[in-house]
Design a protein around this ligand. Sequence first.
Ligand code: HAX
Length: 439
Amino acid sequence: MEYIKNKFYQKASKCINEYQKLKNEHGDKVIANVTIGQVMTGMKGVPSLITDTSKLDPNTGIRFRGYTIPELREKLPRLNPEGEPLPEGLFYLMLIGEIPDRDDVLNISKDWATRAYVPQHVFDVIDSLPLTSRPMTQFSAAILSMATDSIFQKAYRAGVHKKHYWDTTYEDVMNLIARLPRIAAYIYRRNFHNNHHIEPDPRLDWAGNLAHMMGHDTEEVKRLLRLYMVVHADHEGGNVSAHTTHLVGSALSNPYYAYAAGMLGLAGPLHGYANQEVINWIFDMIQELDNDNPSEEDIVAYTKKTLSEGRVIPGYGHAVLRQTDPRFTAQQEFAKKYIKDDKLINIVNTLHRVVPPILEATGKVKNPWPNVDAYSGSLLYYYGVKEHSFYTVLFGVSRALGVLASLVMDRLYGLPIERPSSFPLKWYHEKAGEKDGAC
Ligand code: HAX
């Protein structure tokens, strides 16, 4: 499937000169000032990364190469008219910058199917971990162990010219993405289905095959996973999983290391692990109330109690967004279309009504609206994927599409090692014009 690689190179190589020109001729141009507030709140809003795959607008949400999620759901190729777009199409769009046609997408499906072989030692590494280790630990360890296959690493050792780094990175990235469904499904079956594994079916699309290997071989779950893989794929470059992948990759670590590092960031409760926290929190509420059909008043009281304990309400808030996350809305629309009446989904919808005003009333939460994680677990649960601790692995499989497409571009542009400056707290204190600091 060299033609996808060639198409990428044809399109993206035009931008190399643009990058060099900006670096060489406009390097002194001031584009933003940094405030102490930005440093103290995690560098929010400081332009400091180059990411072409997607851009996040605080009010309208994510756009992938300019396209919103509703536009993607309309324009990206799908297997059948009633279904959801294939994530392969989104990967093509993020990498190449054009909406693919059906053949482009089917070609990527085929390419990934031919690259999907996972070496035995990867399964051995997973099997060597205790079942008590979290699925995300197993997932990251499996990815790291696959670095034995890194073509980039071998080429670097052999002295390849830096202008060719992107080529072997592309090969690693395609192999890595192709293998993820098999690895994720293996972890799922090992942990939750007595180690009874299901062989891949190379005729299936990437997400469809994942559903098949997990043992949820129905059209409904395949459709859900296609949507899931599209909405979680990318959220511009500054979120923890994307930024970590880029940062580690900037040291020319191989793509397996870079992505595994990104996954460890995704595993944090303020990021991708929130998709488990949402469901855990709802089930804790149901248990405490001893009622799986709680009233609005009960839900309000439980939410307030959680806040009073100094905890966050999982699935709500965002570092950049200031409106309901369109990824939440896409999943809500999916539920409205396909699910008639379900107690868990009803609770999620009630939370959507009652949580924002409660968070707003705290006076400090900048975005009281739901994010992507508020809905995803309830949909998986409804369709029979009930094992919460696995949910972040699914997020991780999807996130590979965006962060690894970006890594190929990082290498094509020849982005340098990332190295921002740090200063002691005292330095900021002095910059603020304060005299007598305590430290
Ligand atoms: N519940 C309670 N308090 C919240 C809150 C929430 N959902 N969201 C923000 N806050 C609090 C913050 O903890 C912070 O409190 P302190 O001043 O006491 O430290 C204050 O409001 C201001 O925070 P913010 O500026 O609004 O939010 P941040 O940019 O610092 O953090 C988070 C963004 C997403 C981490 C935050 O909203 C949060 O913790 N949400 C709950 C966890 C969650 O759903 N994470 C997933 C986010 C989406 C994602 O990445 N998915 O992978």
